[in-house]
Each structure stands twice: as C-alpha cells, then as structure tokens.
Design a protein around this ligand. Structure first.
Ligand code: SF4
Length: 656
C-alpha cells in the first residue's frame, strides 16, 4: 500500500484461461498518467492489438476508480469503464457515480482489466482473502437490479455488503447500446461497453475488499475540502419548477449571452438534479427536438410543462449522494404501475424519451427509465433509435406492418413503451433498433440514412450543437465522439480555468449571440483546453458537476498534490492531460479510424439551417474548428493524426 492515494497495482483477468494476475506499477506511471482515464489510456493503447474485434477475445475491458477516489477529496467518487467501442470502432469509455469506485481500490487495485472470453457465464468475486471467477449461470438472464440483489447476498457475500457492477439482458444479448449498471440502476451507459462485457460472458464484478486508501497529506486534503464545501452548501431560494421555462425563454430572446457561472447551475442541481433543465433547455435552444428536426414551435411550454422539474421532486422519496459528494443531485422516486420506484430520471433520459420523440407522457418516461436501467440499455441511444424510427415512419420508409403493427406517429407513448420493451427483448422490429441507429440503417436500408443523426457511429447527447458550437466540436473531435460530458463553450465558461492555469484566455463576460459562431481559432483553443481539463477530471474520478463550480472553487489540482505528495503546477497537469488525450487519439488511429472522416451529422450542424425556433439560421463551420483544435495538440491539422514520433515520446515516458 502506498501513502499516495493510489494503490500501486492493477489486476489482469484472463477470462479464457481463468487466470488472475497482479501487476505492480512504478510511481513514474502514475506521475505520467495519473489514474482513471489516464491509466486506462496507458494500458489499452499498448495492450489491445491493432484491428482487434471489439466483441472478440483481444479486446480488453477495464474498470477504474480515479486517482483521488477514497482520499477524502470531494466530487471524486466516480468510476470508469473502458475498452474498444463496438459502436464507434475506437476508444470507448463511460463513467458512473454511485458507490462502486472506492470498492475497486479497497480490493487493492487502481484498475481491473479483463481479456479473453469465458467459456461459460462468470463473475469476478474479490474480498481481502479471496480473488476468483465464479459461475454466473444462475444469474445470467436476470436484470441488473435482480443481479445486484442476488449476488449481494449469495455465497456468504451477505454481511460484507459487496459493491456490484453488472450487465442486464441488453449486455447479455450484445446490444451495441448497452451499458454497465451499479447501485441498482446507475449506468455507465455510453460507448456500448455493456456489449463488450456480454461478449466476454462476464456478468458482474462483486467487490468486498476493505483495504485502506492512504493519501500523503490527509489534513491538507481536509482543509481544501472544507473550503470547497462552503461553495456547495450556499443555497439561496430559487424559482419554482415551471418558472425555469420562462428563464429559458428569456435567454432565447436576449441578443447577448452572459458567461455562465456554475454556481447558478449548482443551485438548480442541488434543488432538482439534472431534471432542472427539462423546460429551460428546450426554451433556450439547448435541447434537440423531434430527432433534431423540430424546434420550440413543436415543443412549447404547454407540452414541456408535464415534465417540469417540480414533478420529479414531488415524488422523490429520498435524495442521495454519490460517494464523497457534498452536493447530492440523485434521488429515488416513487412510481405507479409495475415498478414502485426508480432512480430519478436524468435530464438526458427525460428529453430523449420525451421532447425528442414528442412524447408528453411523463408516466411512460418514469416507467421506461426503470425498464432501460434494469435492462442495462443506454437511454440516450434508445431515445434516438425510437425518434429515428418515428421519422422513418412519417416518411413512409417503414410501414406499420414493418413496425409489428405499432403506430409510430410522433408522441404515441403506448407505441414508444411497447417498442422499447421489444428492443430489450430483441423481438421483431425491436431487434432492428436494439443496436442503435447506425445498425438500424444497415437493417432498414439506405433510404433510412437521411434520418440518422450520429457522431462517429454513436448517438449524440441531448444538447444542441447548433445552439453551442462547442458541443458540435466535442461531438466530432473527441476520441469518443457524440459525448456531452467532454466539453462545450458553456463548460469553458463555467470551468474558469484562467483563474488557476497560466496563459489560458478568459471567456468574455458578455458577447453577442451570433459572434460565438464565427471564430474557429478561439473556439478551438477553448475546446482543446476543455478537453484537457476533462481528461484531468476523468483521471481523478471527478464529477463534471463539481467541475462546473470552477477550478478555483473545486480544487482538483491541489487535491492531487496533497494526495500524492507531488508538486506539479496546474500547467504541468494540463500538459500531462494533453499527452493522455494524444494517446487516446493515437489509439483510434492505430485501430484504423480517420479522424477527419468523423463528425456529427449535417442536420445537427445546421446544414441546412433551421427556419424557425431558437436556433433559426444557425449553422456551424465545423471543419475549420476541427483543424484548429487538432493543431492545439500538435497533431496534423488536415488529418487529425498525431505523428508517430509524438506518440512514441509519450508512450516511452510511461516508466517502463
Ligand atoms: S453532483 Fe450528482 S452525479 Fe456528481 S457526484 Fe454528486 S450526486 Fe453524483
């Protein structure tokens, strides 16, 4: 055990050979790659052979806590799953909160990496004395909640309160839009990594270790955490749920934008969770509607009212916090019907199954939230698949007969419910959609292509890239495209990195709305800085919502030095993040991806521009932005590829 906040070891599990092996890592690896995302880049870049089948034995699936997880620092209890994505063919990752992250460290490891394919379904069990693969035949077929309850009590696990991460039926049936669940329905949902776990016949990880996580300077960490906490606990009264719609409408009409301070979002998040944005986002143009084709004219206040934020806290029976989180945006809601409760749905889920499909039936959304969480299927991708099918239906590309007799008219909530259930069971037309939009186009045929909105094979999230060109950039250039958690212009404003990192440009406090679309150099610089900072956040196990409070208030850089005893400056950490990001880009290049061929679909870029609504007349000149972004990292401005010398220099510095 180290007194540096990390455990100094990773675990390799060969599922084909039933072999488990520890690897001790030198400190130089941590100094270079930190932990979490960075450590994952170090392992996966080297160990997954070029061209490996994402669903084959050569792919490696890794589970990692953050460098800071368990050290006493705040907002650092998230875990990450990584592997080659079957959706994009490149780097895949997804992260999740809850309580699973410290459980990995308490077993003594900074990462657990699975290779090979098991002959029969298995799960990994670990405590302080036992470390073995166990037969999972009796849980194969159970949903994620049933699995967690069953494995938590099985074989003497009872009393140890093990933490469980598992797949549901979607992962078992290798749905390319499946994820991995913990805490009975929290999902590491993106990149299709549930399918990788299913392809390996790995049902779950059951972790019951109790090793201590010892940081270098616990007192200093505590001191920093106390200063952070005062920002988190400041909570003045705020408007009612339906009033948020009018705030959004006001922002839509104003010709100027004021740089956003994350304190405002924090106040909303603490009160409601992410559903705070259910009405505000569509009003201000942040929500894509009707499969990216609609606008606020289709989804006005009267329609979004049914999902106003107060609806979700009115049925919230308990609020909860992820591990080491002082904010607590999560909740358990009571529901009617088959399931008596569900995790409070996230904004992404409400919008993707609501306004994105023109569905006003909030009861159906609560129900589908639980159905998809139990199945282990990504709600963003599932909503995309349904909206895509509805638009195909509208244009006669698929008929009622093709859709198993379902009337896929926009907003038909009964049909949406039935179709999602069919997707989970891979039944009839549900099978056509069960692997996401890209596969659905292949199954339906080229005539469906105009209605597919994708970023590098993955369905983009519920933030409109025509409203914030930073989303367009990150949806397109990130090694894991289509993700909303990696950057935008808004995030740059909220991170306020110029207060701690030298030489970083300050975001303008106020500017004309139109001006944010016409400066690719500035947007690329903001974007590259944001990518680097999110690499830090994802390497320490950090929560994006904590980062929104600003780098001076939530002090990840200072916590890293206090936990490890290092003395790096914020600028040095940002340089390390640039190297990690480069290694992820090199991973994609190694696996045959051409970065300049990956960008979000034309519709989401405003090509052609919308003729009405909040984003009327807006289109994003993405190519210039992409090129400038790559140059910020020293990569080729035309191809987006780092040179082999650049990559070798980084890989060689890994400490071997
Ligand atoms: S802010 Fe929300 S998602 Fe982030 S760590 Fe806290 S409870 Fe978890």
């Amino acid at each position: 055990m180290k007194n540096k906040g990390y455990m100094g070891k990773i675990l390799h599990v060969d599922l084909a050979a039933n072999e488990i092996r520890e690897e001790v890592l030198p400190d130089s690896v941590y100094k270079k790659y930190l932990g979490g995302m960075g450590l994952a880049a170090y392992v996966l870049y080297e160990k997954i052979p070029a061209g490996a089948d994402p669903l084959g034995p050569d792919n490696i699936l890794g589970f990692l806590p953050g460098l800071l997880t368990g050290t006493g620092s705040f907002f650092t209890g998230r875990w990450m799953v990584v592997g080659k994505s079957p959706l994009t063919g490149g780097w895949g990752d997804a992260n999740c909160g809850g309580t699973f992250s410290p459980a990995i460290k308490r077993c003594g490891y900074d990462g657990i990496f699975f290779s090979g394919i098991s002959e029969k379904p298995v799960y990994l069990y670990m405590d302080d004395h036992v470390r073995e693969l166990r037969d999972a035949s009796d849980v194969w077929g159970m949903d994620a909640v049933e699995t967690e309850e069953y494995l938590g009590k099985k074989d003497g696990n009872k009393g140890k309160q093990p933490k469980v991460a598992c797949i549901g039926p979607a992962g078992e049936s290798i749905s390319l839009i499946s994820g991995i669940s913990t805490d009975k329905g929290r999902m590491a949902a993106r990149s299709g990594l549930g399918a990788v776990m299913g392809s390996k016949r790995l049902k779950a990880l059951v972790l019951a270790g109790s090793k201590r996580i010892v940081p270098h300077d616990r007192e200093e960490i505590k001191k920093i955490s106390q200063t952070c906490n005062k920002w988190v606990q400041f909570q003045p009264p705020f408007v009612s749920g339906p009033m948020t719609a009018f705030v959004g409408a006001l922002l839509r009409f104003l010709p100027t934008v004021m740089a956003m301070d994350g304190m405002l979002y924090k106040i909303m998040l603490k009160k409601w969770g992410t559903v705070a944005m259910n009405q505000m986002s569509p009003e201000m143009g942040d929500s894509p509607l009707k499969n990216w084709k609609g606008s606020i004219k289709d989804w006005g206040i009267r329609k979004s009212y049914a999902s106003n934020p107060d609806v979700f806290i009115d049925c919230e029976k308990v609020k909860y916090h992820c591990y080491a989180c002082p904010l607590g945006c999560g909740g358990i809601c009571t529901t009617e019907g088959k399931y008596s409760e569900t995790h409070k749905p996230e904004y992404e889920t409400v919008l993707s199954l609501g306004g994105f499909c023109m569905n006003e039936d909030v009861g159906a959304i609560f129900y589908l939230n639980e159905v998809l969480n139990r199945a282990g299927m990504d709600t963003i991708s599932a909503g995309h698949a349904i909206a895509f099918a509805m638009e195909c239906y509208e244009h006669g590309v698929i008929t009622r007969e093709d859709a198993d007799g379902l009337d896929l008219t926009w907003g038909n909530s009964e049909a949406i419910v039935e179709l999602v259930e069919k997707m989970v069971r891979r039944e009839g037309f549900g099978h056509v959609l069960a692997d996401g939009v890209k596969q659905a186009v292949e199954r339906i045929g080229k005539k469906a292509e105009p209605y597919a909105v994708l970023a590098g094979g993955q369905e983009p999230a519920m933030h409109d890239s025509r409203n914030d060109p930073g989303f367009a950039l990150h949806y397109s250039v990130e090694p894991t495209p289509g993700r909303h958690t990696l950057g935008s212009l808004l995030y740059y404003e909220m991170f306020q990195l110029w207060k701690v990192v030298k030489g970083i440009p300050k975001a303008p406090a106020m500017y004309w709305k139109g001006s944010k679309y016409n400066d690719p150099d500035k947007l690329a610089e903001f974007g590259a800085t944001t990518s680097k900072y999110m690499t830090i956040v994802n390497s320490v196990g950090g929560c994006l919502f904590g980062a929104f409070l600003g780098a001076k208030r939530i002090r990840f850089f200072d916590w890293m030095n206090a936990a490890t005893g290092w003395e790096f400056t914020p600028n040095q950490y940002m340089d390390k993040a640039a190297d990690i990001h480069t290694l992820k880009q090199a991973f994609n290049v190694k696996h045959g991806l051409e970065p300049n061929k990956i960008k979000i679909s034309e519709r989401a870029l405003g090509r052609p521009a919308q003729t009405e609504g909040a984003n009327k007349g807006r289109s994003v000149e993405i190519e210039a932005m992409m090129s400038r972004y790559w140059e910020q990292f020293g990569w080729d401005g035309e191809t987006g590829k780092p040179s082999s010398e650049h990559v070798e220099r980084i890989a060689a510095a890994g400490g071997k």
